[in-house]
Each structure stands twice: as structure tokens, then as C-alpha cells.
Design a protein around this ligand. Structure first.
Ligand code: NAD
Length: 512
């Protein structure tokens, strides 16, 4: 358990007798799932040079733990171990792999409260959201435990009477997995669940801001009986990350790099991966348009807008980034949206039950929101609410709405990844679609309309991988998640989520 100190801060220590504990920093209680070493080959190990790096609570700035700082040497070792474990893992029956994933899922559910607290401690998101993330993360293990048994090949009608055409689907090999800090559990299980289900082994490098969730999941995988070497986790500091990333993308024993994070980092990893022609699964940044047409149910649109924009304090890759509102309802939308923000959003510590808006992840993230606000204001935007850092703490930003926004402003051209809602006005459907598509990324897009012909037209025209029609929250394990243009390659979750981890083999059966 995590302990709540009298001053309201949460601090972590390892449970007495646990196999691997962090250096303690004080606490009135302990977390049985807190691990601070790397998990390689089924063992908890330090980095070779004994180096560690601090993990901070973004709410208070205090140090939560210190974890092993893996470098290229540990990365190579983890890849070697994963490769060595691959033959026996791929030889296991799909039912055996399915059962292990299901056990891992069950352990996540059993430990959901503690896992959620770990997320809130290292990421800052409100506990209720962290709790939802754990259920969402576990749902991928459940989903892929089911999909494991349905990886079918094909028998294709032949054009030669003496031949048969067989198509096998086989695991690709070792998967390097690099995950972000905004969903430290769900982004891991969405990748690892798929990879393990079909018989791949994995090496995970979690984000330096949030390694504790990944290590807790390793502990539960261990308890579930996932064999040694099949799932490995190598935390790494910001300074070691580029070298570790390079190993994970260039080592000849790795077959695929699966990454979720910024488009800029994705491009670096793709460049690394090209020399050995690795497969790549990339979930990168977005710039989601949220279009509200005159025909929309305005209250539904406002509720969807608040949900989509402010979940995780605006730090989700599918969150609405630009609000495009038709001129007939523009003023009413702004007024209702501000009212809803004042009513529904409360900034504070994620451990406080009332809080809906936690901190941003770090100083860089806060500065990005600040600079987008000042750029917009300098170009004529109006701050309707918010607009500056929140007095609760250095990493907190006021939920902000800007009106009079135009397409030349940074906040419409770049992903914000913070609690900033810029609202543009448009006149025609054609204009809205043109603005929505005028970006080199295309992850999610949303629109609200009650005109059915318009719904079909716009859904088909939006250049994105995920469309929300009259709906602001979209993610679910049953549906494919992923973007087009520079938002990435491949799809995660759904029946398509295993495809990146499979090779297709054509077997020509002749001489019949
Ligand atoms: P980031 O790309 O810097 O970090 C993401 C991960 O990449 C972390 O694990 C980080 O340690 C690692 N990383 C960074 N540089 C690396 C390198 N040179 N080699 C190997 N690994 C490296 O992203 P960020 O700026 O911290 O996070 C915010 C961005 O992530 C947003 O812009 C958002 O678009 C994107 N994101 C996308 C999704 C998605 O599903 N599409 C999900 C979450 C975040």
C-alpha cells in the first residue's frame, strides 16, 4: 500500500521482505508492488554500474523512489535474454499463453487499487482516472488472452491441381517496446498483451517519468507465472534513454520496435530501425480537431468537449486539440463550455477525491502550454478563462479557453498536451473539413452533428485513424487505435492489434 502522510503527500517504500525495494524515502506504509530494479530474465537486477535515477511526484516535486538506470549494456542483455526465451514461448500452445495472460489480468484486477495509486503518485492524474486506466490496461490482457486462440492462418484455393496454398501466421520474434508516461500501464499492456499472445517475447523501456507502473506490472507477470525472459523491463534515465533506444532499435536480435510517444522521437527510432529493416509499430502525436456544427446537440457537444479535452489534464494523444465551431452557435458554445469548465473541473492533488485536474508531467510540459497561450494572445486570441499557471503548484496549469483563435496560432498547429481549449469559428462544412485536415498528423478527430448525410460525409473526409461522432471518449480494447499521416504506423487493440507481431508465411505444398 501507499501511505498518505499527514501533509497530504504520498510517499512510497518497498514492503518489508520484498525481493527488490527502492531506497526508502519515508513513509507510514509500504507498497507491496513497488520495485526499483530492472526485471531481466525473471530476476530483479541493478544496472551494471549500480546507477539509479530518481522518480518524482509531479504534484509535490518530491522524490518517490530511485530506480535502476539501465544503459546500453543492460538493453543488449535484456534483448539477448528475450531472444533466448523466444523458442520455448512460441512453442507454448496458444491456450497456455492465453491462460497466463488471463492470470496476469486477474492479478491486475486484484491489485487495482494499489496499481492506481502508483499511477497517481508518479504521473499525478486523479485517482479515479488512474483507477480507470488500470481497468483499461487490464482489459487489454483479457482481450489478447482471448485473441491468442484465434490467430488463424488460411488455406487458399489453388490454381494448380497438384499444389495447395497454405498461409501460416507466426510470431515475429523479440519486440522492443518503448512506452510513454501519460498512460504508463495501458500503453504497456496494449503492446505487450498482443506480443505475448502470439508468441513474441518483449523488452520494455518505460518512460523515465513513470517507471514504477511498468515494474509493478513485471512483478504481477512474475506472480502470474509468465516464464523468465519472456517479459523484461529496463528502466532508464532521460540521459541514458537515447543510447538504450538505439540498442532496442538496432540490435539484430530484435524483430520489431513498438513505440508510443511523440512524432519527433518516433522518427529517430524509425531511422535507427531502418538499417536492420525492422518492423515498426508507431503510435505518435495527434492534433485532433473537434468540430461542432450548427446542427449539433449543443449540450452533448459541450459535455463531450470537456471529457475529450481535459482527461489527464489534456495529456492524451487523442484529446481534442482544436475546437472548430460553426458561426451560428459559436458564442453559445463558448459560454456553455466555460460554464461547464467552471462547474466540472477542479485542480488539485490527484489523491484528493474532488480533483479532476492534476499536474502536468514536468516543467517542459507547462512551458509548452504557456508559450502557446502567449503566442495566441499576441496574435489576437482572447483568454476567456484560465491562461496561466495554477496557484496550487508549479506543475499545475489553469484549465484555459481561448476564443478568436485563428489557424496561424501555434495552439492550432502543434499538439498542446495540456489543459488548453482554443476555439476557432468557421462558416461552412467544407471550410471546417479543410482546416481539420490541414495538418501533417491524423490520429483522432471528433464532430457533433444531427444531420445524417453530413455525418457520413464528414466521417469519410476526416484524415484521421479514429473518428468520434457525437462522442468524446473513444478508447476501448475492441476497437483499433492508431493514426494516419505522421501519427504513426499500425493499429493497437482490436482484432488487428496482433498483426504487427506476426509474420505471414506462404507454404506451397506441391507434388500432390
Ligand atoms: P517522448 O517521445 O519524448 O517520450 C515517449 C517515450 O519515448 C518515453 O519512454 C521516452 O523515454 C522515450 N524516448 C524519448 N527520446 C527517446 C530516444 N531518443 N530514444 C528512445 N526513446 C526515447 O514523448 P513526450 O514528449 O514525453 O510525450 C508527449 C508526446 O507523446 C505527445 O506529443 C504525444 O503526442 C505523444 N503520445 C502519443 C501517444 C499515442 O498513442 N499516439 C500516447 C502518448 C503520448
Amino acid at each position: 500500500m501507499l501511505g498518505r502522510l499527514r501533509n497530504g503527500c504520498w510517499m512510497l517504500t518497498a514492503a518489508a521482505g520484498s525481493r527488490a525495494g527502492p531506497r526508502a524515502h519515508s513513509s507510514s506504509a509500504a507498497s507491496g508492488l513497488l520495485r526499483s530494479q530492472a526485471y531481466i530474465g525473471g530476476r530483479w537486477v541493478e544496472a551494471g554500474d549500480g546507477a539509479r535515477f530518481p522518480v518524482q511526484d509531479p504534484t509535490s516535486g518530491r522524490q518517490l523512489a530511485e530506480v535502476a538506470d539501465c544503459g546500453p549494456r543492460e538493453a543488449r542483455e535484456a534483448v539477448r535474454v528475450a531472444y533466448g526465451s523466444w523458442p520455448s514461448w512460441r512453442a507454448a500452445t496458444s491456450k497456455e499463453r492465453s491462460n497466463l495472460l488471463r492470470k496476469w489480468h486477474d492479478l491486475m484486477i486484484k491489485n487495482k487499487d494499489e496499481l492506481a495509486r502508483l499511477i497517481t503518485a508518479e504521473n499525478g492524474k486523479p485517482l479515479q482516472e488512474a483507477f480507470s486506466e488500470i481497468l483499461y490496461a487490464a482489459s487489454f490482457l483479457e482481450w489478447f488472452s482471448e485473441e491468442a486462440r484465434r490467430v488463424y492462418g488460411d488455406v487458399v484455393p489453388t490454381s494448380s491441381p497438384n499444389r495447395r496454398i497454405l498461409i501460416l501466421k507466426q510470431p515475429i520474434g523479440v519486440a522492443s517496446v518503448i512506452t510513454p508516461w501519460n498512460f504508463p500501464s495501458a500503453m504497456l499492456t496494449r503492446k505487450v498483451g498482443a506480443a505475448l499472445a502470439v508468441g513474441c517475447t518483449v523488452v520494455v523501456k518505460p518512460a523515465e517519468d513513470t517507471p514504477l507502473s511498468a515494474l509493478a506490472l513485471a512483478e504481477l507477470a512474475d506472480q502470474a507465472g509468465v516464464p523468465a525472459g519472456v517479459f523484461n523491463v529496463i528502466p532508464s534515465s532521460k540521459s541514458n534513454t537515447p543510447a538504450v533506444g538505439e540498442v532496442l532499435c538496432t540490435d539484430p536480435l530484435v524483430a520489431i520496435i513498438s513505440f508510443t510517444g511523440s512524432t519527433a522521437t518516433g522518427k529517430i527510432l524509425l531511422r535507427h530501425a531502418c538499417d536492420t529493416v525492422k518492423k515498426a509499430s508507431m503510435e505518435l502525436g495527434g492534433n485532433a480537431p473537434f468540430i461542432v456544427f450548427d446542427s449539433a446537440d449543443l449540450d452533448l457537444a459541450v459535455a463531450g468537449a470537456v471529457n475529450s479535452k481535459f482527461r489527464n489534464s489534456g495529456q492524451t494523444c487523442v484529446c481534442a486539440n482544436r475546437f472548430l465551431v460553426q458561426e451560428g452557435i459559436y458564442d453559445a458554445f463558448v459560454e456553455k463550455m466555460v460554464k461547464a469548465m467552471h462547474r466540472d473541473l477542479l485542480v488539485g492533488s490527484g489523491f484528493d477525491e474532488q480533483t479532476t485536474q492534476g499536474p502536468l508531467i514536468n516543467e517542459r510540459a507547462v512551458q509548452k502550454v504557456e508559450s502557446q497561450v502567449s503566442d495566441a494572445v499576441s496574435r489576437g486570441a482572447c483568454i476567456v478563462t484560465g491562461g496561466k499557471r495554477h496557484s496550487f503548484g508549479a506543475m499545475f496549469f489553469e484549465p484555459t479557453l481561448l476564443s478568436n483563435v485563428t489557424t496561424d496560432m501555434l495552439c492550432t498547429q502543434e499538439e498542446t498536451f495540456g489543459p488548453l481549449a482554443p476555439v476557432l469559428k468557421f462558416r461552412t462544412e467544407e471550410e471546417a473539413v479543410t482546416i481539420a485536415n490541414s495538418t501533417n498528423v491524423g490520429l483522432a478527430g471528433y464532430f457533433y452533428s444531427r444531420d445524417y448525410a453530413q455525418i457520413w460525409r464528414v466521417a469519410e473526409q476526416l484524415e484521421v485513424g479514429i473518428v468520434g461522432v457525437n462522442e468524446g471518449l473513444l478508447s476501448t480494447p475492441e476497437a483499433p487505435f492508431g493514426g494516419i499521416k505522421q501519427s504513426g504506423l499500425g493499429r493497437e487493440g482490436s482484432k488487428y492489434g496482433v498483426d504487427d507481431y506476426l509474420e505471414i508465411k506462404y507454404v506451397c505444398f506441391g507434388g500432390l
